[in-house]
Design a protein around this ligand. Sequence first.
Ligand SMILES: [Zn+2]
Ligand SMILES: [Zn+2]
Length: 511
Amino acid sequence: MTSVNEDIQWGKVLICGNTSWDNIKRKTKTDSGEEIPKLLGPNLVRELIDIKVTQAITGPNACHSVIISQDGETWVFGRNEKGQLGLGDILAQDYPINVRTNKNNENLFGDEKFITAAVGRNHTMLVAESGNVYAAGDNKCGQLGVPEFKNYTNFLKVPGLGKEKVIQAACGAEFTLLLTESGLVYSFGSQEYGQLGNGVTGEYLKSAGRLMSQPQPYPSPIQHIKKIKVVSIASGTNHSLALDDEGFVYSWGFGGYGRLGHSEQKDLYVPTAISAFAGHVRTTRATAITCGATCSMAVDGVKQLLLWGKWKNTGDGSSGQPWMHPRYLHDLNGWDIHDISAGNQSLFAVARKEKTTIAWGQVQNAELGFGEDGGPLSSTKPQKVEPLEGVETISVSAGVGHTLFLVKPDDKIVPELPKWPAGPEVDENCMHCHKQDNEEKLLLCDKCDASVHTYCAVPPLDEIPEGEWYCDVCHPPSKDAGNKKGARNKRKGGQDNEETSEKNNKKKRGN
Ligand SMILES: [Zn+2]
Ligand SMILES: [Zn+2]
């Protein structure tokens, strides 16, 4: 969760953990009995390497992710059993694919540009610059904001928001919150623990003393916080936090293990201010919030991190000894914490000035990203993510079994990181003349790793260019050249390439 009022920054997406989307938390071995491989350290997401990404989003209940670029394009990947990727089917998508590849979405979105997104266990919310919101996936509990309780495998436009312009979304496992520009919070979906903050649980007596909860499929504003201006929202599995413009933090929903921060385990049906952030001194109030599945985190006015709820499985902070109210994490004293994220079991803090990313949690999928070089797979104490030492992390988003990092490009550390997927053995011959002579003139494509002579490149180059370079298959010349001179002759080639890459995407989905 990035704090507000910061200039939009872009970066490159890194991923670590388990990318066997349908197997996360289910199977640890492949059908042939081998351990399912995991990415032990941060890997550059190859498909997105040449994209200026502003948001890389997953969530504490999600095995799927959403990527948003500076120009408002959106990619999705991961588990898709309820159609949560909005691709028109329920097949897992191994690697990022543009949501507009699905023509239904293309027709629905028109020229919408997306600014942010949120993901629940089996649903996805996309927020457009216009303030419109689009949803896909499981609507069993009305978490998409429409009253027909079924799966939607194509995106739909969330109705009922009137003139309100939505600027942020948060998804619990089976409910949704939307924050508007005016500071209102809308909620819909499952409400059996009071997750919707509207004072009720929707409980009714079904039969023979069996209590059922009626979901709430219509977005409606949370009355209890209507008079304050909320600036940020976050949701765990069944609880939520809201941060207002004065630094007060409100919590509601399921209260197990102290995750609401009020020193008791009671469920709260309306947003309630947490006393730890309600003091007179502004520096003790919050500047950023986030929720893990069963815990909560905040950053105070002097950039120190507070944590509460159940954030590990054994010892202090576990279900036996949950942290019932916000507490400072002493290992992180003195760090200037800029961004925080909590996943299903993983926790992250970013100290941007120090160019350090810190992770901890009792995890099974290498989602802390400590790396190949003998780093631990799991750690109950905060530790540096060594492969990212010296890298400026813009934000972290932690999910179920995997983690996304958005990092500023540099010319030393980031380009040397491994790429995901690893890709086939690279042909060291030039992709155009198929020769390996004039080695000093051979360029490597930063996306596909292909070799090309400077003089065979399209268009040809006089010398090895500085910084990143992409071959003409990854970047068909027509895309870059635009209306520039010479583009006309190459346009046909460019189109052919685009068609080919679309075909490839389709082929991948079929497999
Ligand atoms: Zn050549
Ligand atoms: Zn290439």
